[in-house]
Design a protein around this ligand. Structure first.
Ligand code: 13P
Length: 309
């Protein structure tokens, strides 16, 4: 069995049974330990993830260094490693030499990689994503892509949230998504349905996030059109009633960054130790798993749902 087969089945079982797989962004290497420990303590399937943003704008030295640190704390039955947002055009509008980054992820043992060509025209997004799918699948690695635009990582201010939500500007179109998945063979798809990323630029990165809503009907349409597990970015700060509905309607993975980074940053800024920062990350991840997503014990539930051939 390829290394991704088990994970792919668990992800599908999650999508079909209203169970979510949380994926926690690592801005600093010491965050990996408490994230893994909390997932293991609660027997909950979840991911550690690193994106190019954490390499360029925070303190993760490299994609392979994160993989090495992850292996010290991982439990391969419970945790998985994902390479988040490798953009083709980045949040500052710059072209990225993405090939070596994706290759490093595949080579250093990531279970899943994300190519983000969402700032490109549709046809180019299809072409780049299909190329990454060929590269990754040859090595048994899953691929996530993005269609539509999830704002928030850009340096400028966001348009007023309610206007954004009402206009549905940049929301993923179900018919385009159907075609995208058919032509790329991507394993899971990040969709734009109302969430926004937490800010990462300058002073805004310490501010409270907007309380996002989600278009549940759009999520349902996307699930039915694509047939693949859907991914929700910008998972911090979304109103809970929307999160629960989204999970019940096809969102299989939620990315969470701001909710764990800000408490850690606060501890360190106040002169706390790395150990104290790790404790707050453990507690926050535990709270998200147990109270927010109600997925304590999800590994055993998912394993029971998966029928191995
Ligand atoms: P938040 O910072 O809103 O949790 O978003 C995380 C994310 O989507 C990373 O890809």
């Amino acid at each position: 069995m390829k290394r991704s087969d088990r994970l792919a089945r668990l992800v599908r079982a999650a999508a079909n049974n209203g169970i979510v797989i949380p994926a926690f962004n690592v801005f600093y290497l010491p965050l990996i330990k408490p994230i893994c420990e909390a997932l293991i303590a609660h027997n909950t399937l979840g991911m550690v993830e690193v994106s190019r943003i954490e390499l360029r704008k925070f303190e993760v030295p490299s994609i392979s260094a994160a993989a090495e640190e992850y292996r010290k704390h991982a439990n391969l039955r419970i945790t998985a490693l994902h390479l988040d947002h490798i953009p083709v055009i980045d949040e500052d509008g710059l072209e990225v030499d993405w090939h070596p980054l994706i290759e490093e992820g595949i080579r250093s043992g990531y279970d899943s990689v994300m190519i983000d060509a969402s700032r490109l025209p549709f046809e180019d997004n299809v072409a780049v994503t299909a190329e990454v799918v060929r590269m990754a699948h040859a090595e048994g690695v899953l691929v996530e892509a993005e269609l539509g635009s999830v704002l928030g990582h850009e340096a400028g201010p966001l348009p007023p949230y309610e206007e954004l939500f009402e206009s549905k500007a940049g929301f993923t179109d179900p018919e385009q998504a159907r075609e995208f998945v058919r032509r790329t063979n991507v394993d899971w798809l990040s969709v734009s349905v109302g969430s926004v990323h937490g800010a990462i630029a300058g002073a805004t990165k310490n501010q409270a996030k907007v309380e996002a809503r989600l278009d549940i009907e759009r999520i349902r349409q996307l699930r039915d059109a694509t047939g693949v597990p859907l991914v929700l970015h910008g998972g911090s700060g979304i109103r809970l009633e929307y999160v629960r509905e989204a999970i019940a309607n096809g969102i299989a993975k939620i990315n969470i960054a701001t909710d764990i980074r800000q408490p850690y940053d606060r501890i360190i800024a106040e002169g706390g130790t790395v150990q104290e920062g790790q404790k707050v990350v453990f507690d926050t991840v535990s709270d998200i798993i147990v109270n927010r997503y109600s997925i304590k014990g999800s590994v055993s539930r998912l394993e029971r749902l998966v029928v191995y051939e």
